[in-house]
Design a protein around this ligand. Structure first.
Ligand SMILES: Cc1cc2nc3c(=O)[nH]c(=O)nc-3n(C[C@H](O)[C@H](O)[C@H](O)COP(=O)(O)O)c2cc1C
Length: 369
């Protein structure tokens, strides 16, 4: 467990796990949120949610989370990690997602969505396929794009985006943000982590550009700032915006916590309300896994900048989650694999911590007395 840093005057005070949290007037009932988790179940390969998504997301909302963030959802077809990823590049997808959002709201959870472009890590097989690596074009895959023609080890070599291509990506994030708001989503998360397109621009290991979108940090961060500006301009001032960063590439010469801190300040100045702090994914690396192993990145960022943070990664116990929030290490905890094991983890955590909730589903109350 991390030791709470001494908070600067500008840093929000610590809270309790089951305290509500309000961003731009939008209130989540507690601080246990579900992070985006790809389901690879747009089975018709059209980016459309299926019954799987209804049941999966509905159960997570019913389980007591403050907010459930829908998986990486592609802003353009070629931005999908796999052909079976969700998309939000057209209005049919928007309308289908709205039905899921309505159910999530009925369960009292905020609905978030992660807007994503997978860059050079797009067009891959879903994890349980027999094959590994890039899906060939003649099997329904596509040619990938990235800041530079540098492959992720084991995947196809991407094409470097032109300036027009970059502008199209920025516009696609904004158009998808509009659809997401129209579908009823309360929170939008811009995916700039895990070695996908925006992270590829941020990291010197994947960005070898010599134009305005490469080189020094200002150049590598330019597309992220443009996406944030375009999304904010499109959705207006009332919608909370999150960014997910990888705090480090865990590799020599890579993107670092210091660079993240600087870019976090820039995005906060442009109206990002909370930074979701993950790590890794841009290159193969040895990651020192352990309970709460990424919490120090969230707490360091929060202490240094005053920007609200979400901590994620091997937080799977009620007392541990409560300590992360109570110590002021983060404002929100994101619990991923544990809610796949038990979608009712937030309800269970309240019971374990002796917190009375007024939102246990009435049909389940006898199980939580
Ligand atoms: C099945 C699965 C799918 C995931 N998909 C995404 C995703 O779509 N976007 C993302 O940013 N992270 C994704 N992640 C990472 C999670 O959001 C989370 O950061 C990670 O699982 C660590 O948290 P945990 O230890 O609580 O599971 C995924 C993780 C899992 C297990």
């Amino acid at each position: 467990m991390t030791v709470a840093p001494r908070l600067d005057p500008g840093v929000p005070l610590p809270a309790s796990l089951f305290d509500p949290i309000t961003l731009r007037g939008v209130t989540a009932r507690n601080r246990i949120w579900v992070p985006p988790m790809c389901q690879y179940h747009a089975d018709a390969r059209d980016g459309m949610p299926t019954e799987w998504h209804h049941v999966h997301l509905g159960a997570l909302a019913r389980g007591g989370a403050g907010a459930v963030i829908v998986e990486a959802t592609a802003v353009v077809p070629e931005g999908r990690i796999s052909p079976e990823d969700l998309g939000i590049w057209n209005d049919d997808q928007r309308d289908a997602l709205r039905q899921i959002v309505d159910f999530m709201h009925g369960q009292g959870a905020l609905a978030g969505i992660q807007l994503a472009h997978a860059g050079r890590k797009a067009s891959t097989y879903r994890p349980w396929a027999a094959e590994r690596g890039s899906v060939p074009v003649d099997e329904g895959g596509w040619e990938t794009v990235a800041p530079s023609a540098v492959a992720f080890d084991g995947y196809a070599v991407p094409t470097a985006l032109t300036l027009d291509g970059i502008a199209e990506v920025v516009a696609a994030f904004a158009a998808s943000a509009r659809r997401a708001v129209d579908a009823g989503f309360d929170l939008l998360e811009i995916h700039a982590a895990h070695g996908y397109l925006l992270h590829e621009f941020l990291s010197p290991l994947s960005n070898r550009r010599t134009d305005a979108y490469g080189g020094a940090l200002e150049g590598r961060a330019r597309i992220v700032l443009e996406v944030v500006d375009a999304v904010r301009a499109e959705v207006g001032e009332s919608v909370p915006l999150l960014v997910r960063f990888s705090a480090t590439d865990w590799a020599e010469g890579g993107w670092s916590p210091e660079e993240m801190e600087q870019v976090a300040r820039w995005v906060a100045d442009r109206g990002i309300d909370l930074v979701d702090v993950s790590s890794g994914g841009n290159v193969h690396a040895r990651i020192p896994l352990g309970p709460g192993y990424q919490v120090p990145f969230a707490s360091g960022l929060r202490a240094a900048t005053g920007v609200p943070t979400a901590a994620v990664g091997l937080i799977d116990d009620a007392h541990q989650a409560a300590e992360v929030v109570a110590s002021g290490a983060a404002d929100v905890v994101l619990v991923g694999r544990e809610v796949l094991r038990d979608p009712n983890f937030p309800l269970r955590a309240a019971r374990e911590l002796g917190v009375d909730l007024d939102y246990t589903p009435p049909a389940y109350e006898r199980a939580y007395r």
